[in-house]
Design a protein around this ligand. Sequence first.
Ligand SMILES: Cc1cc2nc3c(=O)[nH]c(=O)nc-3n(C[C@H](O)[C@H](O)[C@H](O)COP(=O)(O)OP(=O)(O)OC[C@H]3O[C@@H](n4cnc5c(N)ncnc54)[C@H](O)[C@@H]3O)c2cc1C
Length: 432
Amino acid sequence: MTGPATDADDILDIVGVGFGPSNLALAVAVREHNADRPAAEHLTQVYFEKQPAFGWHRGMLIDGATMQVSFIKDLVTMRNPASEYGFLSYLHDNDRLADFINHKSLFPSRVEFHDYLEWVARRFQDVARYGSEVVAMRPGPGGDHIEVIVRRGGEHRVQRARNVVVAVGQEPALPDDIELGDRIWHCAQLLERVERLTEEPRRAVVVGAGQSAAETTEFLHRRFENAEVSAIFLRYGYSVADDTPFANRIFDPESVDVFYGAPENVKRMLFDYHRNTNYSVVDQELADELYRRVYQERVRGVERLRILNASRLHAVRRDVTGDGLRVDVEHLPTGEKRSFGVDLVVYATGYRPIDPANVLGEVAEYCRRDAGKRPAITRDYRLETDDRLRAGIYLQGGTEQTHGISAQLLSNTAVRAGEIVRSIAGARVGAV
Ligand SMILES: Cc1cc2nc3c(=O)[nH]c(=O)nc-3n(C[C@H](O)[C@H](O)[C@H](O)COP(=O)(O)OP(=O)(O)OC[C@H]3O[C@@H](n4cnc5c(N)ncnc54)[C@H](O)[C@@H]3O)c2cc1C
C-alpha cells in the first residue's frame, strides 16, 4: 500500500498547525521578516486550519461582549508598532479611527476584534489552507524535516516542513460523564445552538462562575425575555478579575523571561497568586450589571435571574413527565437539595489546552521530557528533541507551566511570534 500523496516536493520552512490568532500573528511576523531581507533569506510558510474559514471563538461572539485585553495587544503592535497589520490600521482602513478614539476605550467588542482578525486573515489567504486538519506527523528520512499528514475532505496528503508550529488552542472542559446534546450545551457552542432553537426556553441553567459563565447568563437572560435563568456555581459570588496595573505586569513580555527562569515552586506560587487575573473571574462591569438586574427584579417582584451560589449541580436527567430535563442542585452550606425542571443546561466550565500529542503522532517519541515528565521546551517555545530529529517543533499555547499565565492568551502573541521567527531564522543561518 502506498502512503498519502505528497502535497509538494518543496520542504517549507514553516508549517503551522491551526490558524487562529497565534499562527496568524506568526504569518504576519514571517511576512515582515521577509520584507526586510534578500530573497535567499526568505522563510516559506503554510498554515493548515480545520475550520472551513477563519473563525475565532464564533460561538461566543455575544453582542456587547468586550475584549479582555487592550487593542494595543493586537497581533503585531507589541512587536512592531509601525506594522500595517495593527488594529489601528484596520480601523483606518474601515474609516472608523476617529469614531473609535471618541469611544475612549482600550477594549473593543469581541465582534469588532473578530472582524479585525478576519481583516488580517484575508490578507494571508495565500498561506492559509482551510478545511484541512493535521492528523499526525512523522520524521522525514534523515530527521532534517517532518512529514505533516493533513486530512482534507476524505483525502490525506503529506506536507514536508523544516519547522512545525503547533497552535491548536483549547477545547471545552466539561465535568465527567456529561454528554452534550440538543438541550445540554457547552458555552463554546452558544450562538450556533441558540440560532437552531425552534422554541424559546422557559427555564435555563448556566453552570460556572467565570467570565464565559457570566456572559452566557447575561446573554440568555437578555435574549429570552420570559425565561428564568439560574446561574449555579460553587463560589459565594462572582469574583472580579484583577486587572490592576501592577498585577497586569504578569502579562508583559518581560515576565516570560522571569517566569521561564524561575524555580518550579516559585512558578507555582506566582501562578497561584495571579490566577485571578484570568481564571474563574468576571469583569467588574459585567458582575455589576448582573447584580443590578437581580436587584431590579427583586424590586419589581419578578425574579427571572436567579443566582444559586455555593451550590453544586449534581445531576441532569431526562424529565419523565415531559420532554425537558430535571436538575438536582445542592446548596452546600445547608446540604439542602432541590430538583427542578429546565429546558436547557449550559456548561460554562472553561476550556483546557488541546494536548499537542494529538497532532504530533510518531514525532512525540522523539521529544525529550523534563523532570516532571512533561515535554521539555526551550525559552524560544521549541520542543527539545533527541539527536535523531533536527527539524524544529514549536508550540504556541500549552506552555503555561514553563512560560507563564499569558501562554494561552493574546497578550504576548505578537512578541512570541517574533521570537519564534527569530529562532527559526537563526537555526537556518546556523545550519548554513
Ligand atoms: C470566548 C473566549 C474569549 C476569549 N477572549 C480573550 C481575550 O479577550 N483576551 C485574551 O487574551 N484571550 C482571550 N481568550 C483566550 C484565547 O485562547 C485566545 O484569545 C486565542 O484564541 C488564542 O489563539 P490560538 O491561535 O492560540 O488558539 P485558537 O484561537 O483556539 O486557534 C486554534 C486554531 O487551531 C485549529 N485547530 C485545532 N486543531 C487543529 C488541527 N489538528 N488541524 C488544523 N487546525 C486545527 C482550530 O480550529 C483553531 O482555529 C478567549 C477565549 C475564549 C474561549
